[in-house]
Design a protein around this ligand. Structure first.
Ligand code: MG
Length: 316
């Protein structure tokens, strides 16, 4: 959470970064890799470095990363609602807005029934996936077999984060594709998952894996092993959202990303222009250098609670 991330940044990440003075994003990644875990804190600085690097080259970040398109299709994550009608209404509104993938959370006792009702209401063509947030075990195989009656885009993280072997066993016994989320924090996790056959899809969240460089390494590796990826998010402001959009332009991002528009989470975002969904359910990249969106400094000043300045000459 923010206070722990700030502590890790102040005590470890920023001093190390100032000391080592990386000159390329590759260097920056190597430097930050000296810190174990703490992926989100590391990603914050690593992604900022990519933005700065792209700006120093006067190029949009997505072009620097090798992106092949200037807009990305996106989906939306819908939390479980107290009643089914509310859930159906939320999905309906999201489809009307143009979102191209609907992700619904499931949990034991609220899974087959929910999926059945959604298909009954919207028909077989709805681009639906479910996210189980590791709430099940292999003993629940009958639930996943029942979900095989529906052609889901994928089932995200059905089992425990560390259970790549059990995911492989489950994947070999069901038709729907398993998508791994929390299980994949490093390229090594993706290697093991590919080797075991634990999934057919990976949800890459740059902040979960320590930044853009690791995200690209995972993207590239699994492309050669028949695993498709899509870009997830972690409630970023427009700054992180814009970086995720840039990453999602790479070719193996084959499903719409969970990169909703600014209005999904904020009354007003801190970037300008705000990130808006097109009627086609896409987000358009900007051709400005770096992440392509500016920080709305006036607004940021108004909502700032605390300010910290870090200087390289005082770091070590
Ligand atoms: Mg998830």
């Amino acid at each position: 959470y923010p206070r722990t991330l700030l502590a890790v940044l102040e005590d470890f990440v920023i001093p190390l970064f100032f000391k080592e003075q990386p000159e390329t994003p590759g260097d920056a990644f190597q430097v930050l890799s000296k810190i174990a875990g703490n992926c989100i804190a590391r990603a914050g600085l690593e992604m900022a470095y990519w933005d700065w690097y792209a700006k120093s080259k006067e190029m949009p970040l997505y072009r620097i990363l090798g992106g092949e398109r200037d807009e990305v299709p996106v989906g939306i994550s819908v939390p479980l609602k107290p009643n089914t009608q509310e859930l159906l209404d939320t999905i309906s509104a999201a489809l009307d807005k143009g979102y191209r993938k609907i992700k619904v959370k499931i949990e034991p006792g609220r899974d087959i029934d929910i999926v059945e009702k959604i298909y009954a209401h919207f028909g077989a063509g709805i681009p639906l996936m479910v996210d189980a947030n590791f709430a099940y075990t292999l003993d629940d195989i009958d639930i996943f077999r029942a979900l095989d009656h529906y052609d889901l885009m994928m089932i995200e993280q059905p089992l425990l984060r560390t259970d790549l072997l059990m995911h492989a066993r489950l994947q070999s016994r069901i038709k729907n594709s398993i998508c791994l989320d929390e299980s994949i924090e490093h390229l090594d996790d993706a290697r093991v998952a590919a080797e075991l056959g634990s999934c057919r899809v990976i949800n890459i969240k740059p902040s979960r894996v320590g930044g853009i460089t690791e995200a690209i390494a995972i993207h590239d590796y699994v492309a050669g092993h028949g695993i498709k990826v899509w870009c997830g998010g972690m409630l970023e402001t427009g700054i992180g959202r814009a970086a995720n959009m840039a990453l999602a332009t790479l070719p193996n991002f084959q499903f719409p990303g969970d990169i909703s528009e600014s209005a999904r989470y904020y009354k007003k975002d801190i970037v300008e222009p705000e990130i808006r969904l097109t009627p086609e359910g896409t987000l358009k990249l900007s051709d400005k250098p770096g992440i392509g969106f500016d920080i709305d400094i006036d607004f940021l000043e108004k909502i700032t609670l605390e300010r910290k300045v870090y200087r390289a000459d005082r770091a070590c």
